[in-house]
Design a protein around this ligand. Sequence first.
Ligand SMILES: Nc1nc2c(c(=O)[nH]1)N[C@H]1C(S)=C(S)[C@@H](COP(=O)(O)OP(=O)(O)OC[C@H]3O[C@@H](n4cnc5c(=O)[nH]c(N)nc54)[C@H](O)[C@@H]3O)O[C@H]1N2
Ligand SMILES: Nc1nc2c(c(=O)[nH]1)N[C@H]1C(S)=C(S)[C@@H](COP(=O)(O)OP(=O)(O)OC[C@H]3O[C@@H](n4cnc5c(=O)[nH]c(N)nc54)[C@H](O)[C@@H]3O)O[C@H]1N2
Ligand SMILES: [Mo]
Length: 771
Amino acid sequence: MSERKAVHPYHHPAGGWGALKALSEHLIEQRIPIKGANTLRCMNQPEGFDCPGCAWPDPKHTSSFEFCENGAKAVAWEATAKRCAPEFFAEHSVAELATWSDYDLEMAGRLTHPMAYDGATDRYLPVSWSKAFSIIGRHLKALPDPNMAEFYTSGRTSNEAAFLYQLFVREYGTNNFPDCSNMCHEATSVGLPHSIGVGKGTILLEDFDKADCIFIFGQNPGTNSPRMMTNLRDAARRGASIISFNPFRERALVRFQAPQSPIEMATLSSTQISSRLYQVRVGGDVAVIKGLMKVLVDEDAAARERGEPAVVDWDFIHDHTHGLDDLVSDLRATQWTDIERYSGLSREDIEYAAQAYMKAERAIIVYGMGITQHRRGAQNVQQLANLALLRGHIGREGAGICPVRGHSNVQGDRTVGITEAPSGEFLDRLESCFGFKAPREHGHNVVTALEAMIRGDAKVFIAMGGNFAAAIPDWQLTQDALKRLDLTVHISTKLNRSHLIHGRDALILPCLGRTEIDVQATGPQSITVEDSMSMVHASAGRNQPASEHLLSEPAIVAGMARATLGQSSVVDWDGFVGDYDRIREAIEAVLPIFEAYNARIRVPGGFHLVSTARERVWATPSGKANFLVFDGLGEDPNNDDPETLWLSTIRSHDQYNTTLYSLSDRYRGVYGQRDIVFLNQFEMEKRGLADGERIDLVTASTDGLERRVRNFRVVGYSFPNGCCAAYYPETNPLVPLYAHDPLSFTPSSKGIPVRIERTSANVTDESPHQD
Ligand SMILES: Nc1nc2c(c(=O)[nH]1)N[C@H]1C(S)=C(S)[C@@H](COP(=O)(O)OP(=O)(O)OC[C@H]3O[C@@H](n4cnc5c(=O)[nH]c(N)nc54)[C@H](O)[C@@H]3O)O[C@H]1N2
Ligand SMILES: Nc1nc2c(c(=O)[nH]1)N[C@H]1C(S)=C(S)[C@@H](COP(=O)(O)OP(=O)(O)OC[C@H]3O[C@@H](n4cnc5c(=O)[nH]c(N)nc54)[C@H](O)[C@@H]3O)O[C@H]1N2
Ligand SMILES: [Mo]
């Protein structure tokens, strides 16, 4: 990969020909132009597989092929012709591989054999599946307490594999389920139930066709859920007002050219998406939301004085909510000068946005990581719920709250039991269906699992997918702790950093991907997934497996369970693996919302899981939806130093979490480099920095530890004052483990106070970065 380093603005609309060109380059790089293209045609089709990219729903999974650049890249990444076989591991020691870039590691291709780490040669050597399982069983059985093992899940795992996984782990005896969603939408899962009784969104895709106003807070659909652009484009063309709050002027939030539209493609025309895009300060969202609500309640009071129609929905508020008085007192006490200072926006801008919201009969509030990954992420989410509740926008056609989930089945994994804090009701049903005693003590999430590893209390780490070592915060502390474990196990499709940051014993277990045919005792199997809008549907792979030695994720769980629990297990593991319908029957028995599961997934498009809030049934202790107060406006009361910048760690257009497709970020006009920090001219001048200069970023830590990344280039960019941005995962060493939301334990990846220092690195890379 030899892209020239450059930064120059991208003037084209997002999508369009640029997207098609990028995809064809990617297919060639994966050496699969023909096969890839065929595979792509089966994606999101009634008989095909669910896109392994994001969790955005499809129009009933019944539509004709819908082009999505990044979905296609995710598929091609899995369907690559490259293989990472035992010969590869024989050639390269782990110490050598540790010096490779993340990009090069995954470019080695699909894993083909189970591998076990050999300390004598510092290499991974092939191992039989039965030996691999017996190593796992030996370690787990040797632990004096099952709570000394941690069982991670990444959100690509199917409902079937996730359900079996939690069954195995709970029969073994722990609720230690750190999950990728702990670093992602946990603020939604924890924050939203206090507001509206459910920790999920309340809209369906068809609501997008009816909304006349859409607010998008901290979410980048053109990159992370590109199929959403079709819905936004249609809404914009209908005249709905779309208003975005984002520190970046993200290209797709500004203009989009639909690859589906022959006219736009042929005439090189495009659609304006956001009627306004406000460059809010990093962590400034609560100030904006409070400002919006303040306008609403003030305008309402004024309207009522004038005898005009109310601005807030009083009928809804009286019948369905609780706590408005406290919220109004808080809004009255909040000063505009503070709102402007924290948000970085003017009162006029916020008033303009509030007017658009007030005029709308049906509004949808969309949000992503810009809201959740903060010190007060769960409370941020609750403020958005307040905003929706004020106008009665929950449980009404064309209106609602729309958290956009990340991984394609992260929501489903949670639904079927991957949680460190299961309800008593769920455990009761598990016990009555299976007849074992489920552990009641709550287990570890990502942050508390890492703390247990650092203390030395955790000894075994098993990961169902993902790239834990790279995705987690505070590498210096946390990666060091991972290396001190007795055993690390990774069920993976590709080589990644986590395989190299390993315990004394270490296993890599290669599994089938979603695009591949999964044949078990009763024939080819399908799996099921739940999207961001709680639609559950089936997915069946079409490609031949990357290697004959791969096992499916359910088969790997069963192998681990048999080796660990032995004859004493009450679960018929072979029966489950032989026929995934039986797993779904068990899910239905434990979770009644999956009633008629097997029948309903055979209907094209699948089915919708009940959402009580959508029906205006409030599953809260008060039986009402709650207005909740956020104390103050700030991200972190401990840090108000004017010299520090708030760093947000972000994704490029060409990455899927820790997977890098290239070093470029086309829509932001960045090519061939990722070691950069985006900073505006004012902040550069204030510090005497020139464009392209090399600097170190240093966290303003409160625990005395130095957290530093070296030798980043300054890129002058349109960005709010007092803030900067740089790519994840390269900047994860800067995110302190302690800097997490105390309610949801979400690491504050989008709000880290940092200082800029002259570089301490001894590097003489003077290649020009600016065209
Ligand atoms: N192609 C691709 N698709 C993906 C992924 C991927 O990496 N690549 N990842 C998947 C996963 S797991 C997830 S969770 C989602 C993530 O999808 P998103 O939620 O879109 O996540 P990010 O790109 O991290 O950040 C979102 C936006 O928040 C803005 N932002 C940063 N800080 C703030 C802030 O303080 N306030 C506001 N208002 N905005 C802010 C950033 O500029 C960015 O535009 O996408 C999923 N889909
Ligand atoms: N600083 C900072 N940190 C962050 C974030 C951020 O914005 N900033 N975002 C956070 C978020 S939102 C998330 S979700 C996490 C992501 O954390 P993870 O989910 O742990 O990471 P991924 O990069 O998605 O995992 C990629 C790996 O998954 C494996 N894989 C891919 N497909 C499959 C499959 O079908 N089965 C199995 N078993 N394995 C598979 C491959 O081996 C691949 O290398 O990172 C979090 N960390
Ligand atoms: Mo995520």
